[in-house]
Design a protein around this ligand. Structure first.
Ligand code: SF4
Ligand code: SF4
Length: 226
């Protein structure tokens, strides 16, 4: 079948009509959204309200931290680093807002928030409720090292002093333990020596000869002299 060639003028206007028609179909979707309420917001000038229990950046109130390490042990990605130093009896570190006595210095409490997966597992085990999720979610950094948050509040001089005192206390405790062990060993040796030099008061009983058996033959000592 031979196809009839279209009039060039008619073909031109047909093309124009087709172009306008397809543009209109496409713009119909766009125009329909002019009259529907917007779901987007103008961030950062506008911000969405977060759910009540949203998990975002962590915060630690060091005034209440007792250095128990529970949060660090619960973390599945090991992004919490805690170091502690024992306090001496004369140190008074105070009590937490929940009433626990603080017995450890906490010179290091770092959270690498770049590794954190916001699981929230570190929060429930805390006995003093001092580690918590906040609603802060704008903390992007160009350098990932800036995402390691250090919460410890001790100065280098305070850390050094605490370390020296703790070391001295441990040395004194070790010396006391060694002295006690030495005294116990000496007492044991003295008791053993005393027991060795004590007079033998126990006397052995005289040995009696068994009565002769009439059924057995007489031995030499029982034979009659010839
Ligand atoms: S939220 Fe999860 S991953 Fe982040 S520090 Fe806590 S336990 Fe670790
Ligand atoms: S569990 Fe709480 S008190 Fe214990 S080390 Fe962690 S933040 Fe401090």
């Amino acid at each position: 079948m031979v196809k009839m060639k279209m009039n060039p003028v008619r073909e031109y206007f047909s093309g124009v009509y087709l172009g306008l028609k397809t543009a209109f179909i496409g713009m119909k979707v766009t125009f329909s959204h002019l009259f529907t309420p917007a779901v987007t917001i103008q961030y950062p000038t506008q911000k969405m309200k977060l759910p009540e229990r949203a998990r975002n950046r962590l915060y630690v109130n060091m005034d209440d931290c007792i250095g128990c390490d529970q949060c660090s042990m619960a973390c599945p990605v090991d992004c919490i680093t805690i170091e502690t130093i024992k306090s001496t009896p004369e140190d008074n570190l105070g009590v937490t807002s929940t009433g626990q006595k603080k017995r450890l210095h906490v010179p290091v409490f770092d959270i690498d928030i770049a590794k954190c997966c916001y699981c929230g597992l570190c929060v429930p085990p805390c006995p003093t409720e001092c580690i918590k999720m906040t609603d802060v979610y704008e903390f992007a950094e160009f350098d990932r090292h800036n995402l390691i948050y250090s919460f410890a509040t001790m100065t280098p001089a305070e850390i050094e002093t605490a370390r020296v005192k703790a070391k001295k206390m441990e040395e004194e405790a070790a010396a006391k333990k060694a002295a006690a062990a030495k005294a116990a060993a000496e007492a044991k040796i003295a008791a053993a020596a005393k027991a060795a030099t004590a007079p033998q008061v126990q006397q052995s009983a005289p040995v009696q000869a068994p009565p002769p058996n009439p059924a057995s033959p007489p031995n030499d000592s029982q034979q009659k002299p010839e």
